[in-house]
Ligand binder design. Structure first.
Ligand SMILES: CC(C)[C@H](C(=O)O)[C@@H](O)C(=O)O
Ligand code: SF4
Length: 466
């Protein structure tokens, strides 16, 4: 048998039909659903008089539009948001799918809830009408975003029409230096390859530095595969993966667990597998990084300065000029002198318990020096655990707002928004113009770096605080 990559193996195991031109009907194991990209899909089913083909494999949760303040189960003020969330409430009930409403402690960002509840398992195909579905690739699942018409197709048939991507390997060798995290890896990869570097590929992340990451760190890395242009990100499952999955509410049990493990243990790329593209980065060369511009590829070590647009080539010269203008920055300013107004810790990139621990570690016994700071746990269960561990108290004593779970200020579809010109240190994954509110300015970084900025009031090298 010819050698295969992990992606090849999962793909081959899910092909329901392949046409001569390579167009393939893939079987889908899990369909995650949120309120933004599903209303028309359910409406389509209704109009066609169809049902959801596999309701037991379909999981819905409202996350983008939900307020993160207490008392939110009483209803949403903003009409557009309210309509979307109420539509999901109704659709989940009418079509009999698994549902975690706002009042359920298990509610949270869909990409945090899936793994937490054991819906996401190695070797699966996982889709969601959301680009950051790539997150689930951390389990060795083929996971990617789909559009609303595809959401309807998967609801109706539990299959998806796809063409196979190419195989790309991103290897992070050796050890990470102290203060360097999964977020710094994933941002540095995009810094090196650009936002189009992964276009047409599924990326498998491998190497010692990836193996050394916790499951949470691996989710952070895969989360941003899409920001690097890739269709999906993958990490081969190992003992850490199996330990994380075991005992979760929807993970297999008993004989089913044993059978699953027999398949899961085959989920790695064969030694002589063929790669269409390979990128290798030394773990020890990665520094704590921040973004300076309006694209996730605009990333530099915190020890650097704002770059001069002329230092780029081609179209990037004008893009950098525009970015600096929007960000209100001048070339040559040391990054660690940039003053911050607001700190946002949360999102499907960095809203898990380990992220909150890392931030709290820096904040312990300190006060914030920014105008406002908020922590938005990725799920109600992350929130509860953080309270139990005393992290919530550390945040509150430091001056952070302690919020309920949701996407929140990651994309500002709810009331958590930046005002024009407001500058934010954020642990999320996108720094596009207006992403966190019209005119808002976003600097992406790790939770520890965001906490450091909260304490000093400017972008800060977390290594100076360790
Ligand atoms: C709203 C949704 C479709 C969108 C996505 O696909 O990623 C959002 O989650 C985001 O992060 O921009
Ligand atoms: S947290 Fe942000 S990136 Fe993740 S799904 Fe929500 S809006 Fe998208």
């Amino acid at each position: 048998m010819s050698p295969k990559t992990l992606y090849d193996k999962i793909w081959d195991a899910h092909v329901a039909h392949e046409a001569d031109d390579g167009t393939t009907l893939l079987y889908i194991d899990r369909h995650l659903v949120h309120e933004v990209t599903s209303p028309q899909a359910f409406e389509g089913l209704r109009m066609a008089g169809r049902t959801v083909r596999a309701p037991d494999k379909t999981i819905a949760v409202p996350d983008h539009n939900v307020p993160t303040t207490e008392g939110r189960e009483k209803g949403i003020e903003n009409e557009e948001s309210r309509i979307q969330v109420e539509a999901l409430d109704k659709n989940a009930k009418d079509f009999g799918i698994h549902y975690y409403p706002v009042s359920d402690v298990r509610q949270g960002i869909v990409h945090i809830v899936g793994p937490e509840q054991g819906w996401t398992l190695p070797g699966m195909t996982v889709v969601c009408g959301d680009s950051h579905t790539a997150t689930h690739g951390a389990f060795g699942a083929l996971a990617h975003g789909i559009g609303t018409s595809e959401v309807e197709h998967v609801l109706a048939t539990q299959t998806l029409i796809q063409k196979k991507s190419k195989n790309m390997k991103v290897e992070i060798t050796g050890k990470l230096a102290p203060g360097v995290t999964a977020k710094d890896i994933t941002l540095s990869v995009i810094g090196a390859t650009g936002t189009a570097g992964g276009t047409g590929y599924v990326i498998e992340y491998c190497g010692e530095a990836i193996r050394d990451l916790s499951m949470e760190g691996r989710m952070t890395v895969c989360n941003m595969a899409i920001e690097g242009g890739a269709r999906a990100g993958l990490i081969a499952p190992d003992e850490k993966t199996f330990a994380y999955v075991k005992g979760r509410p929807h993970a297999p049990k008993g004989a089913q667990w044993e059978a699953a493990m027999d398949w899961w243990k085959t989920l790695y790329s064969d030694d002589d597998a063929q790669w269409d593209k390979v990128v290798t980065i030394k773990g020890e060369d990665i520094a704590p990084v921040v973004t300076w511009g309006t694209s996730p590829e605009d990333v530099l070590p915190i020890t650097a300065s704002v770059p001069a647009p002329d230092s780029f080539k081609g179209g990037k010269v004008d893009a950098a000029k525009r970015a600096l203008d929007y960000m209100g920055l001048s070339a040559g300013t040391p990054l660690n002198e940039i003053a911050i107004d607001t700190v946002f810790i949360g999102s499907c990139t960095n809203g898990r318990i380990e992220d909150l621990r890392a931030a709290a570690e820096i904040l312990k016994g300190k006060k914030i020096a920014v105008k406002r700071a908020m922590v938005v746990p990725g799920s109600g269960l992350v929130r509860a655990q953080a309270e139990e561990e005393g992290l919530a108290d550390i945040f509150k004593e430091a001056g952070f707002e302690w919020r309920m779970a949701g996407c929140s200020m990651c994309l500002a579809m709810n009331p958590d928004q930046l005002s024009p010109g407001e500058r934010c240190a954020a642990t999320s994954n996108r720094n596009f113009e207006g992403r966190q509110g019209r005119g808002g300015r976003t600097h992406l970084m790790s939770p520890a770096m965001a906490a450091a900025a909260a304490v000093t009031g400017h972008l800060t090298d977390v290594r100076d605080m360790m």
